[in-house]
Design a protein around this ligand. Structure first.
Ligand SMILES: [Zn+2]
Length: 336
């Protein structure tokens, strides 16, 4: 897989280089005396205004269902809510469903929810987040076997993308966008879980399934952006290691944009360890260069303190973080 990835990167570079050569070989169109206007290099349309209040409502609505643990009523209701919301925005929406066996030999009906903006466009960007929540607060000191709200870990990325999805149909953007809400990201086996034999690839089952069964057989996107834990207080987004390995150019582009927008103290130029998150499988299996914007404390070398605890609830949500991440993603997508 790693070799294939590298090869395709080289191929992409060759393609870009070839395009540049072709472009530069082109003779400029004979200057007309009537008009001095050159064809504009960019066909950018205005970046729509991200509404953080709207995103917050989408976050609260998910939390109100209760923990979105696979197999529960809250999970089923939230899937329906997400599907209906995306559809109501005027996007082509579908649910990809399959029975999946988890590491503890349970079976669940996996639901990936996909919405397409301009399905016919060749230039595409994939935006994704997981919408399920972890079945247990195993990092907590109390009620470790009980689920938690997942206000940040689950609901925040989905909320930002719902707000972006709402803005797309009227935006005039030429690039096609695919919004992918993946299921069963957070049902993985912890390192110290000895109840079951140690297994590989137990996290991110929804993205693994999608990458092997893409909603269009010949699907490809120029790049992908995963949002995970993008609504917390005191956010910090270092350059996550798996993103740096597979998609350093995408990472640089997004961080440069964030820094130009004045968010340099949050989108910091520090490498962070490689993590297993949905983008790993999108990179490895679907061969789409995908980065992860994820809250990670690079000093303590861990996720924020409420991660996988009952503390991951509405009290740690900051609307300004949703706003910042939403604006950065929009700016990136609209500037190509
Ligand atoms: Zn999680």
């Amino acid at each position: 897989m790693a070799v294939l990835g590298k090869k395709s990167k080289i191929l992409n570079l060759i393609a870009v280089a070839a395009f540049l050569i072709i472009s530069s070989c082109k003779q400029p169109v004979k200057e007309s005396t009537e008009t001095k206007q050159e064809t504009p290099a960019k066909t950018n349309v205005p970046v729509p205004a991200f509404n953080a209040d709207s995103a917050l409502v989408y976050l609260q609505a998910q939390v109100a269902f209760g923990p979105r643990v696979p197999g529960t009523d809250a999970h089923a209701k939230c899937a329906d809510y997400l599907y209906q919301k995306l559809k109501s925005f005027g996007l082509q929406t579908q649910i990809q469903s399959e029975t999946i066996t988890t590491f503890d030999s349970k079976k669940f009906r996996l639901k990936n929810i996909i919405a397409e903006y301009k399905p016919e466009a060749k230039q595409r960007v994939l935006l994704l987040a997981h919408w399920d929540t972890r079945p247990c607060a195993d990092h907590d000191s109390v009620r470790k076997d009980q689920p938690f709200d997942g206000a940040n870990d689950g609901a925040s990325g989905v909320a930002v993308l719902l707000e972006i999805a709402r803005l797309l149909p009227a935006s005039g953007l030429e690039t096609g966008i695919d919004i992918l809400f993946v299921d069963l990201e957070d049902y993985g086996q912890e390192e110290d879980d000895t109840r079951f034999p140690r297994q590989e690839n137990t996290w991110c089952l929804g993205s693994q399934f999608w990458a092997k069964n893409m909603h269009r057989p010949d699907y490809f996107a120029q790049y992908g952006i995963l949002l995970d834990m993008v609504g917390g207080v005191n956010p910090v987004f270092p350059k996550e290691g798996t993103s740096l390995y597979y998609a350093p150019d995408v990472l640089s582009k997004v961080w440069n944009i964030a820094q130009k927008m004045g968010y340099g103290q949050y989108f910091i130029n520090e490498p962070a360890p490689q993590t297993i998150d949905d983008h790993l499988y999108i990179n490895q299996l679907a061969n789409i260069k995908t980065i992860d914007i994820v809250h990670y404390d690079n000093v303590k070398k861990e996720y924020p303190p409420y991660h996988h605890t009952h503390g991951d609830n509405l009290s740690i949500i900051d609307k300004n973080t949703l706003d910042m991440v939403g604006r950065v993603v929009l700016q990136t997508v609209f500037n190509k």
